[in-house]
Design a protein around this ligand. Structure first.
Ligand SMILES: *[C@@H]1O[C@H](CO)[C@@H](O)[C@H](O)[C@H]1NC(C)=O
Length: 304
C-alpha cells in the first residue's frame, strides 16, 4: 500500500514537473557552411535537439541516397565523417542529434511500402545502430538518435510505412522520430505518418505560409496551435520558427519580445508543449534569437 502510494506520488510529481522540465530549443544545422561546426552549435548550451539537415535524395528507387550538408563537407568524398566526433560530443552534453530527411530541394519520395522499408534499412545501416559492413556511413561511426521527417515536396504516401519501419529498429537504443509539418493543418505530406502515433516530436513550421504563420499579430499561430497542432498524437509539439526574418523569405518571423509576451505564455499551458525549433543555426548564430527565448518563465537552462 505504502509502495503503491509512493509510486502514485512519484508519477504525479513527474507529470506535474513535465512542462517545465520538458521545454527546450532545437535547431537545424547543416544547410549553411558559414554556421560553424555542429560541436560549436552544441557548445552554446542553447539547444536540446539538433537536426542534421538534410538527407536530400533517397527513395523512389534512387540507388545511392545523398546527404547534403551545404558547404560543410563533401559526402561523396567521404569528408562528412569529420562530424562523427561532433555528434558524440553533442550527445554527451545530453543533446539529441537527429538526421533530417527531405527538405525543400533534392529528389526524394517513396514509391511503395517496400521502398519505404528499403529506405528505412538504408538509414538504419548508414546513420543509426545498424552496422552492415558493406554500407558506408556518411557521418562516420556515431549513432544518431533518430530521424526527422522534413518532407516538403512530393506525395504524402508511404511516410507512415517509413515511420513504422524505423520505429521497428528501436531496441535497447530507442530510435526517436520527429516530423516537421508545415503549419497549415493537416499537413499534406506528413499527416498520415503523424497519425501513426509513433512520433516523439512534432515541430510545426510556422513560417513561409501567410495562412498560418505570424504576420503582425499572433492569432494565426495561436489558433492553429490550439485548434489543431496540440491535438496531434505525439509526445511533444514544438513551435517551429525562423531565427531571423531572412531565414524565412515567405514570412513568419516573430520578434522575440512578442514571442515571450504573447505567444509562449499561451502555448506553454499544454503539457505536450515541447519548446521551440529554429530554422536555422546560421541565423541563430548571427542574431542570437535562442539566447533571448524565455521558456517557463525563466531563461532556458543550459543542458550542458
Ligand atoms: C568537430 O568537427 C570539426 C571538423 O569539422 C573538428 O575540427 C572538431 O575538432 C570537432 N569537435 C569535436 C568536439 O568533436
Amino acid at each position: 500500500m505504502a509502495k503503491a502510494l509512493t509510486l502514485l506520488l512519484s508519477i504525479l510529481v513527474v507529470s506535474f514537473c513535465k512542462p517545465s522540465n520538458g521545454a527546450g530549443i532545437g535547431v537545424y544545422w547543416g544547410q549553411d557552411g558559414r554556421e560553424g561546426t555542429l560541436a560549436e552549435a552544441c557548445h552554446t548550451g542553447n539547444y536540446q535537439f539538433v537536426n542534421v539537415a538534410f538527407l536530400s535524395s533517397f527513395g523512389n528507387g534512387v540507388s545511392t541516397p545523398e546527404l547534403n550538408l551545404a558547404g560543410h563537407c563533401d559526402p561523396s568524398a567521404g569528408t562528412c565523417t569529420v562530424f562523427s566526433d561532433n555528434i558524440t560530443y553533442c550527445q554527451n552534453l545530453g543533446i539529441k542529434v537527429l538526421l533530417s530527411i527531405g527538405g525543400g530541394l533534392g529528389h526524394y519520395g517513396l514509391s511503395s511500402a517496400d521502398d519505404a522499408v528499403k529506405v528505412a534499412y538504408y538509414i538504419w545501416n548508414s546513420f543509426l545502430g545498424g552496422h552492415e559492413k558493406s554500407i558506408t556511413r556518411p557521418l562516420g561511426d556515431a549513432i544518431l538518435d533518430g530521424v526527422d521527417f522534413a518532407i516538403d515536396t512530393g506525395s504524402g504516401l508511404y511516410w507512415d510505412d517509413l515511420a513504422r519501419a524505423l520505429h521497428g529498429f528501436s531496441g535497447q537504443r530507442k530510435v526517436y522520430l520527429a516530423a516537421a509539418p508545415q503549419c497549415l493543418f493537416p499537413d499534406e505530406h506528413l499527416d498520415t505518418a503523424i497519425a501513426t502515433g509513433l512520433f516523439d516530436y512534432v515541430w510545426v513550421q510556422f513560417y513561409n505560409n501567410d495562412r498560418c504563420d505570424y504576420s503582425g499579430d499572433a492569432n494565426n499561430v495561436l489558433n492553429g496551435w490550439k485548434e489543431s497542432w496540440i491535438t496531434v498524437q505525439a509526445n511533444q509539439v514544438f513551435l517551429g520558427l525562423p531565427a531571423a526574418p531572412a531565414a524565412a523569405p515567405g514570412g513568419g518571423f516573430i520578434p522575440v519580445d512578442v514571442l515571450n509576451s504573447q505567444v509562449l505564455p499561451s502555448v506553454n499551458t499544454s503539457p505536450k508543449f515541447g519548446g521551440v525549433m529554429l530554422w536555422n543555426r546560421y541565423y541563430d548564430m548571427l542574431y542570437g534569437y535562442s539566447d533571448d527565448i524565455i521558456l517557463d518563465g525563466t531563461k532556458l537552462i543550459s543542458p550542458a
